[in-house]
Design a protein around this ligand. Structure first.
Ligand SMILES: Cc1cc2nc3c(=O)[nH]c(=O)nc-3n(C[C@H](O)[C@H](O)[C@H](O)COP(=O)(O)OP(=O)(O)OC[C@H]3O[C@@H](n4cnc5c(N)ncnc54)[C@H](O)[C@@H]3O)c2cc1C
Length: 150
């Protein structure tokens, strides 16, 4: 759970708070309807237990964003939000490689090495750019492109 309105007043109307709840779910879940309301209710009950206060009467707006929306808005496989599952065959050197079988093509982002999360994704972009630069140098492509442009 996070409360972004504590540090960013633009995310809630004056006098209100914006609360964000992250619920881990399995990818590809089938929804019959009503599940999201049930999960929300569970959160509210748990929160009441911790806070000693019922937040429900104060809720003015809710929005959920789950696997269906990840599929529709981000073309993500089975609505996956966190990259590859940590199964043995997708871990360490079994992870999809950054270097493609096509020479000079490098992948970046959470689905390749080093893995999920913003810092690893940024590192992966840096490494992919470096490797592509090295490839272009080795093959004289940068020099060629510069000469052509010049
Ligand atoms: C709810 C949530 C909370 C998270 N919290 C944290 C956190 O606290 N700390 C942390 O480090 N990480 C967190 N992560 C993980 C982190 O957000 C990701 O690992 C990271 O953003 C992955 O970066 P990426 O560039 O690989 O992919 P993305 O950020 O997913 O970017 C991929 C982009 O490709 C676009 N795209 C997809 N298909 C196509 C297509 N066919 N053509 C063109 N574009 C396309 C998508 O629209 C998207 O913009 C969180 C993730 C989620 C979902």
């Amino acid at each position: 759970m996070s409360a972004p309105s504590r540090t960013d007043e633009s995310v809630a109307p004056e006098g209100c708070e914006n609360l964000f709840f992250l619920i881990p779910l399995a990818p590809g879940l089938d929804e019959q309807g009503g599940e999201r309301d049930r999960y929300f209710e569970e959160i509210m009950v748990r929160l009441e237990r911790h806070l000693g206060r019922d937040l429900r009467p104060h809720v003015v707006y809710t929005r959920s964003f789950a696997h269906k929306e990840f599929e529709q808005e981000y073309s993500s496989f089975k609505g996956n939000a966190y990259g590859l599952a940590n199964t043995l065959r997708q871990t360490a050197f079994w992870k999809p490689k950054m270097r493609s079988k096509l020479p000079g093509l490098h992948f970046a982002g959470q689905l390749t090495t080093p893995g999920p999360g913003v810092p690893p994704s940024l590192i992966s972009g840096e490494v992919a750019a470096e490797e592509t630069g090295k490839f272009l140098k080795r093959h004289g492509a940068v020099e060629h492109a510069t000469t052509q442009a010049g």
